[in-house]
Ligand binder design. Structure first.
Ligand SMILES: NC(=O)C1=CN([C@@H]2O[C@H](COP(=O)(O)OP(=O)(O)OC[C@H]3O[C@@H](n4cnc5c(N)ncnc54)[C@H](O)[C@@H]3O)[C@@H](O)[C@H]2O)C=CC1
Ligand SMILES: O=C(O)C(=O)COP(=O)(O)O
Length: 632
């Protein structure tokens, strides 16, 4: 298999023969610059306001991928409905619950911000089709109806806090809407509230306060219990749980924890013993809940689990109301199994006025105040504003809840391969003959890297996008790529092949096989009947390097004409003349053949799309046996 390549366009001034890491990186780095410049206004704002932009919003590496993925990722606001009231290029961001000013300021530098609080579900659905982003806290239910009503315009839902149980993630994913949260800024506030509830419950602070305000002086009624030396079980040893543990240890408590996913070394470092669920609840004097509400944790505290607890246990819940069966808790309080409870969260918020739990004399309640400190709200607002702005720019967010989180350094390295992946997908689907539906695609990554050190989710998503978008009206992005592929019955399998090259580069080549289809260009089929195309990144630029069994070398830019011809002199000139006469500029040309003077493939990169007549003329060249025009 010989490859004979002539490059007419000086696309890359770098010495092509030198396999030099620095020179390979140059084109990518120069492309970062425009993006780092575009971040300056946000950086200035953060400095002037004195806010620390905590995550890597301004990371040039991330923006490089934006440049590559932007407008293809579908996370970027770019379409405008002519009926929209707002008809500017600025995205519209609806904030449906109170958000800190610092976050609003940040959002206003980027889009048109509308703050509309206490919307009914109907009002939210009516507004949402005019919005590119929605920012909520725990009080807004972002249901499937909301995504349906958005009519494809909503690109991102930002949850200004941790728990995303009020967002229908499945629906978000199906509609290709990214969901991001602000997982770190309210941790301390929630932990402090947990400790406040623990201490005030143990000393009957709320009940005694109400009694005094009612004119009473009941010193014997409100004798409390001490915390020191008591066992506290932390259920859910994540960010909040760990901070509660630290503080409880400072109060002299013996702290144990249950969390099936928590690393033992983190627990050890804080001096906490990780134990089983049953051990935790049966030995604790106090139990503090810090797990998310999921199908597994829903009503995990119920009649059965309360019955396993030490008689007279005291329970704090600043996680989610739904993790407790509230009727069962009332029964446990009435029977004395649970002596007291302190609750910040409820299954239904606000709970009904006649809630037995809220009215129970041994229960202390607060109206979901865990995250409500000035500091936490400012922090959360900035954290979510950064994430939403990043998502609207096309950035793959570090706090994405329903999309792969790809670290910036990985993004930066994979950027040219992301473009290559999408282009190979687009090429592959265009090579399929009309009527033969694609069902199975195999992607083979050749790489010298350890498989654990190569994250291909982004590449798979982009290949899927490349395959599906040209043949459907689906708008594919990283969020819904896998879902849409599955829905369309498209199976994409991946395989790694070890390359014996340098592991400095993440990938040597990407090979896309489409099985059991007919091709418009028979030469793209390999002996086993699969359409097969291979691409590589050379000097930062994606190249097509193999079509069927023919090696070629053409940069994937603009449009491509593939011709199969009898390998004989003068073919390049003949086709070049036809294109030149019609003012179609050739950017790249490459000839690949299997055996001399038999058959060859000519891959011609063209800047303009040749008209039908030009293509017909190419087809009429006697030695040309088949040809296809491909739109990249
Ligand atoms: N009341 C409020 O205003 C606030 C409530 N929260 C809630 O607190 C909870 C914890 O938040 P973070 O610590 O930030 O989240 P996190 O994700 O850091 O921690 C949650 C932990 O729960 C663990 N977990 C999951 N399933 C579990 C199970 N079946 N049993 C035991 N542990 C399990 C996870 O492994 C994780 O370590 C969330 O539900 C969040 O919504 C958070 C902030 C404020
Ligand atoms: O962050 C969380 O999970 C919270 O529960 C905080 O909720 P909020 O933003 O105060 O409605």
């Amino acid at each position: 298999m010989a490859t004979n390549s002539i490059s007419r366009a000086a696309k890359n001034p770098i010495n092509f023969s030198a396999r030099n890491v620095e020179s390979q990186k140059k084109p990518i780095i120069s492309r970062y610059l425009s993006f780092s410049q575009s971040t300056i206004s946000l950086q200035k704002l953060s400095l002037v306001k004195g806010y620390h932009i905590s995550r890597k919003l301004h990371n040039t590496a991330v923006f490089n991928v934006l440049e590559t993925v932007e407008s293809r990722s579908g996370l970027v606001s770019r379409t405008r409905d002519p009926d929209n009231v707002v008809n500017t290029e600025k995205p519209t961001i609806l904030v449906s619950e109170k958000l800190g000013e610092a976050g609003l300021d940040l959002l206003r530098t980027f889009g048109t911000v509308e703050c509309s609080y206490n919307l009914s579900p109907e009002e939210l659905c009516a507004k949402i089709s005019l919005c590119d982003a929605l920012i909520v806290r725990s009080g807004t239910k972002v249901t499937r109806q909301v995504f349906e009503a958005a009519k494809g315009r909503l690109k991102v839902v930002g949850r200004a806090g941790v728990g995303i149980d009020n967002v229908d993630l499945q629906a978000a994913t199906e509609f290709g809407c990214l969901v991001v949260n602000a997982p770190t800024a309210n941790t301390i506030a929630a932990a402090e509230h947990g400790i406040a509830l623990l201490a005030s419950m143990a000393r009957n602070v709320a009940q005694a306060d109400a009694s005094m305000k009612a004119g009473k002086w009941q010193r014997t009624k409100y004798v409390g219990v001490s915390l020191v030396g008591k066992t506290l079980a932390i259920m859910g040893f994540g960010k909040v749980g760990s901070e509660v543990a630290r503080r409880a240890k400072g109060l002299g408590m013996h702290v144990i924890a249950h969390d099936p996913y928590a690393p033992a070394d983190r627990a050890r470092a804080i001096g906490v013993e990780l134990v089983s669920f049953d051990q935790a609840i049966s030995t604790a004097d106090f139990i503090s809940l810090h797990m998310p509400l999921t199908p597994t944790t829903n009503k995990i505290f119920n009649d059965e689990t309360f019955s396993k607890m030490k008689k007279g246990v005291r329970i704090v819940n600043v996680a989610r109301g739904g993790v407790i069966d509230e009727d069962a808790l009332v029964r446990a309080l009435d029977s004395g199994t649970v002596a007291q409870a302190a609750l910040d969260v409820f299954t239904e918020e606000p709970p009904p006025n006649d809630s037995k739990l809220v009215q129970h004399e041994n229960v202390t309640v607060t109206p979901h105040l865990g995250a409500s400190t000035k500091e936490a709200q400012e922090g959360v607002a900035v954290e979510i504003a950064e994430a939403v702005v990043g998502a609207l720019r096309g950035e793959l967010s570090a706090t994405a809840v329903n999309a792969p989180m790809v670290p910036p350094e990985v993004l930066s390295e994979l950027a040219p391969y992301v473009t290559l992946a999408e282009k190979l997908g687009r090429l592959a689907v265009q090579l399929v003959a009309g009527g033969s539906g694609i069902q199975s695609v195999k992607v083979v990554y050749k790489s010298a890297r350890d498989p654990d050190n190569l994250d291909t989710r982004l590449l798979r998503a982009m290949i899927t996008k490349g395959i599906i978008e040209p043949i459907s009206d689906s708008h594919i992005n990283l969020v819904n790529a896998d879902f849409t592929a599955k829905q369309k019955g498209l199976r994409i399998s991946e395989e790694r092949v070890v390359a014996d090259s340098s592991s400095d580069y993440p990938i040597d080549s990407i090979l896309v096989h489409v099985s059991n289809v007919e091709s418009k260009f028979a030469s793209a089929l390999t002996d086993n009947g699969n359409i097969s195309i291979e691409g590589r990144v050379k000097y930062g630029i994606p190249h097509l390097t193999c079509v069927g069994s023919f090696g070629v070398d053409v940069s994937l830019d603009g449009n491509l004409i593939l011709c199969r011809q009898v390998d004989q002199p003068g073919m390049i000139g003949r086709v070049g003349n036809i294109l030149g006469e019609r003012n179609v500029n050739v950017s790249f040309m490459s000839v690949g053949r299997t055996v001399k003077r038999t058959k060859a493939i000519m891959a011609i990169g063209v800047d303009e799309e040749p008209d039908k007549d030009t293509l017909k003329k190419i087809g009429e060249v006697s030695a040309i046996e088949e040809f296809v025009f491909l739109d990249l």
